[in-house]
Design a protein around this ligand. Structure first.
Ligand code: FMN
Length: 302
């Protein structure tokens, strides 16, 4: 069974990557399995300076998912390049750096910093984080701003740029077309859906940030629907995510139009989930009459 997929900068042995923010920089997960098994790894968001993130509580379990408002906690791009990228480079897998910022200038500086390393193969431009007051989502919910930041980061970076779209918009196809026209090499989708949980004893929002991003199986049908729509409107590849926890889920995303997928929240429940999905994918593809991942992509679109 041929599991390989070839996307800009990401020539992968299989279509499975852990999603940003759900795998740290891989260190803890490397105790469970050989990370060389993965098609690629998406690192936690990088900002120009270290961030401690939002006050706690900043995660909460929900029915079939979780809310998080981590707030882009990370050690800053310099430390990531110095300490985390060399750790991941020892594995035979592709590395995607997730970049974030409060201003266009910060995104550009972070993108430029990654020009110094050959061990990063692509950038994921996070314009869809719902959990920070400035930046992120403000770029991801306005077509003109999304296009402008994409164009600026493309100019600044020597790596292929994937733009991570927010589901918190009324027309995701328009966002996708705007970033494609601005030069994006690919799209990753979806980031989390803004949600809230009220803590009954205190009668207040449970998450200190009040709102958080909903992820996990609860959002899977939304992700599949959005990928199905976007696939018909752009020609650049899509890396799909949102609630994937089994090899059957992966096939669903591929049929909807994703060329590869990322697994997020499921890693918290089962640290071996990506490895298990890679083991199970050949049988699932065979069971539904396929000989390769490539031939499944977009096959569900009528
Ligand atoms: C705890 C947590 C932290 C996350 N951090 C980031 C991040 O730093 N950058 C980013 O682009 N997405 C981040 N995400 C979003 C995920 O990468 C993914 O898009 C989303 O969770 C949907 O996939 P899932 O349902 O498989 O988790 C985070 C998600 C969670 C749950």
């Amino acid at each position: 069974m041929d599991l390989s997929v070839k996307l800009p900068g990401l020539d992968m042995k299989n279509p499975i990557l852990p999603a940003s923010g759900c795998f740290g920089f891989g260190r803890e997960f490397s105790n469970f399995y050989d990370l060389s098994k993965l098609g690629g790894i998406t690192m936690k968001a990088a900002t120009l300076h270290a961030r401690y993130g939002n006050p706690t509580p900043r995660v909460a379990e929900t029915a079939s998912g979780m809310l998080n408002a981590i707030g882009l906690q990370n050690p800053g791009v310099a430390k990531i390049i110095q300490e985390e990228v060399p750790f991941l480079a020892q594995f035979d897998t592709k590395i995607m750096a997730n970049i974030a910022g409060s201003t266009a200038e910060e995104y550009i500086e972070v993108a430029k910093s990654f020009n110094d390393t050959d061990d990063v193969h692509a950038l994921e431009l996070n314009i869809s984080c719902p959990n920070v007051k400035e930046g992120g989502i403000q770029f991801g919910t306005d077509c003109m701003m999304a296009a402008s930041i994409t164009e600026q980061v493309k100019k600044a970076s020597r790596h292929p740029v994937y733009v991570k779209l927010s589901p918190n918009v009324s027309n995701i196809g328009e966002m996708a077309k705007a970033v494609e026209a601005a030069g994006a090499d690919g799209i990753t989708m979806i980031n989390t859906l803004t949600g809230m949980q009220i803590h009954l004893p205190s009668k207040r929002p449970l998450i200190a940030n009040k709102t958080g991003g909903l992820s996990g199986p609860a959002i899977k049908p939304v992700a599949v629907r959005m990928i199905y729509e976007v696939k018909q409107q752009v020609n650049i590849p899509i890396i799909g995510m949102g609630g994937i926890s089994t090899a059957e889920d992966v096939l669903e995303f591929l049929l909807a139009g994703a060329s590869a997928v990322a697994v997020g929240t499921a890693n918290f429940q089962n640290p071996c989930v990506c490895s298990e999905i890679i083991d199970e994918l050949p049988q699932v593809l065979e069971c539904y009459g396929f000989n390769s991942v490539q031939e499944t992509i977009g096959k569900g679109i009528q």
